[in-house]
Write a protein that binds this ligand. Sequence first.
Ligand SMILES: CC/C=C\C/C=C\C/C=C\C/C=C\CC/C=C/C(=O)SCCNC(=O)CCNC(=O)[C@H](O)C(C)(C)COP(=O)(O)OP(=O)(O)OC[C@H]1O[C@@H](n2cnc3c(N)ncnc32)[C@H](O)[C@@H]1OP(=O)(O)O
Ligand SMILES: Cc1cc2nc3c(=O)[nH]c(=O)nc-3n(C[C@H](O)[C@H](O)[C@H](O)COP(=O)(O)OP(=O)(O)OC[C@H]3O[C@@H](n4cnc5c(N)ncnc54)[C@H](O)[C@@H]3O)c2cc1C
Length: 596
Amino acid sequence: MYGQIVRDGLVNVTGIEDLGLTSPVLQRTSDAFFKEISPFLLHFGMFVPTIIGQCTPEQQAKWLPLAMDLKIIGTYAQTELGHGTFIRGLETTATYDASTEQFILKTPKLSSYKWWAGGLGKTANHCIVLAQLYTKGVCHGPHPFIVQIRDTETHMPLPGIKVGEIGPKLGFNTADNGFLGFEDFRIPRENLMMKNAQVTKDGTYVKVARHGKLTYGTMVFVRVMLVSDMAYCLAKAVTIAVRYSAVRRQSQPKPDQPEPQVLDYLTQQHKLFICISTAHAMKLTSTWLWNTFTGVLADMRDGNTDTLPELHALSSCLKAISTSDTSALIEQCRFACGGHGYMYSSNLPALYSFATATRTYEGDYTVLLLQTARFLVKSWEQMDEGKPLTPTLAYLEQSRNGSQVSWDDSPEGIVRGFDAVAAGRIGACVKSIRKHINNGMDYEDAWQMTTVQLVGAAEAHCRAVICRVYRDETARLTAGCSPGVKAVLDQLSTLYLLYWALERTGDLLRFSSLSERDIENLQARYEALLLKIRPNAVGLVDAFDFRDEVLMSTLGSYDGRVYERLMEEALKTPLNREPVSDSFHKYIKPMMQGKL
Ligand SMILES: CC/C=C\C/C=C\C/C=C\C/C=C\CC/C=C/C(=O)SCCNC(=O)CCNC(=O)[C@H](O)C(C)(C)COP(=O)(O)OP(=O)(O)OC[C@H]1O[C@@H](n2cnc3c(N)ncnc32)[C@H](O)[C@@H]1OP(=O)(O)O
Ligand SMILES: Cc1cc2nc3c(=O)[nH]c(=O)nc-3n(C[C@H](O)[C@H](O)[C@H](O)COP(=O)(O)OP(=O)(O)OC[C@H]3O[C@@H](n4cnc5c(N)ncnc54)[C@H](O)[C@@H]3O)c2cc1C
């Protein structure tokens, strides 16, 4: 199994390399080899980006060619058995020894062991290790080190290294996630990645970066990438589910009529068409977020970190919401395919297990939304002090006078409605925190007592951002399209707004003049729109243009031969190699004969 995985991974990687393509393409082509993830994903997805983002030019000149030519294979080992979210609580230490100009790495107890790094179990021979940096008796917090853990000739763990595979998981089972412990393991001083902080030969700590969290830069990059990846995953899942729903015929709503395609049921359209819209919404939002990210990187290259807090807040909530929505909607695609959606050969289980993992890694959902909430509350307080708001929070101004937004069910009106909900929920959080403080709580406790509301406010902010970006980008990108294409894409973006307006009627009743009659109108418009989209549903998923080799699905293949493919896959299962399993003779027959 592992051998096949590595072989496929190398065919994929070297094939891309031969074509001179870059690692984002690796993502896409690896899907033709793996239903889940390549064992080399962490190498290209985190090890290489960290060398680029955390090393000096001299260090990059040493390590980058080796990594890009696969002369070394790396991963990213930050999380430990005892800590993942709380990076400042990481226990692995790197203590500088000036007499030898080395760092001594230690995992002082079991909970300090690195745990989870993809590819660490059996594939990688190097890794980025986040460790608490000690020099001259002072701890300077978590810093990144590049560490060789295996002999590049024999692949044996180096002396002082304890490394292995963590065992089966819900998914990601082609990623050999591993554990790693250090017993007084020494590395050269130069293996501290020194772009943002340095230690001189005599052990003096020199802070380079003006912003204390640039060490966390790789995580921001990956979170930005994951939004795009979720769009891609969801597009695959809804392609499978819509094509299957066009093939599947079931039940007889009208006597003497043939069984209809299940795609003709309004409830099936309700399950699936939001998935098509959401894939588009997240793809357009991810491109917008990527452009924001590259803009902030450019600012930081000019020494300006002022735009980093907004990027952290955006990447945090968009990663949280895109992964949460995708997990839920891929499961909804699985539900829409009945029993066959539960078959591994449908590829929906693998897509789900991949997406649901992404809701956790690279920052847990709740934790990241609270990061965004921290930025929202700070922005509200700055608005109260008359300071300017960042672009994505401009809508807070409308809440300054506290007047209720009048409901307008046009697409732009609905977008403004979501702005009002976000502003209202943030304001409610600020009010709650201030109430608790007035009742004698300190700020930290007042914050903790408001965290349920804060998570909701961050989600509302994120939903408002997605709605606005999706609406604006659709208008911009369809300006030059044919009327037919424009009409269909407008239907999808309007469906997204109507769907979420109906999902958030409570908030809209609270923070706008939405009435019960307005809700009835929304529901009627939504249902009518489902019927309008139905004729184009298969065409819309075909437009995602997934080859069968990438979709890897018995239900979603282009030719629609679902039952033949299900049977073909069934007959391949090892249990069907012999008509009678030897377990019959060993166990079942003796049991039947009372001999067990
Ligand atoms: C499979 C994917 C397929 C395709 C994707 C394509 C490419 C991706 C490639 C590879 C990825 C593949 C697989 C990934 C495998 C998974 C890897 C991992 O999971 S790596 C480990 C990830 N771990 C985390 O994300 C940990 C989350 N925890 C944190 O981020 C922090 O600890 C947290 C922010 C939660 C809290 O830290 P703390 O020190 O307590 O900070 P505090 O809240 O006090 O805030 C202090 C201050 O700092 C600001 N800040 C915090 N984080 C950041 C940041 N990242 N950037 C900038 N600023 C930050 C925070 O806003 C606050 O500022 P103020 O004081 O408010 O000014
Ligand atoms: C498939 C997979 C692959 C991974 N790959 C890697 C990898 O390659 N490299 C790597 O370093 N790591 C990796 N990880 C680890 C991942 O980054 C962590 O699991 C993730 O950051 C969550 O941290 P945790 O496990 O400590 O969860 P915890 O933070 O312990 O979460 C447990 C619960 O506590 C809650 N919680 C925690 N802090 C707070 C708070 N401040 N306020 C409110 N609630 C809170 C969480 O919301 C959650 O409900 C991977 C994980 C998975 C699942």
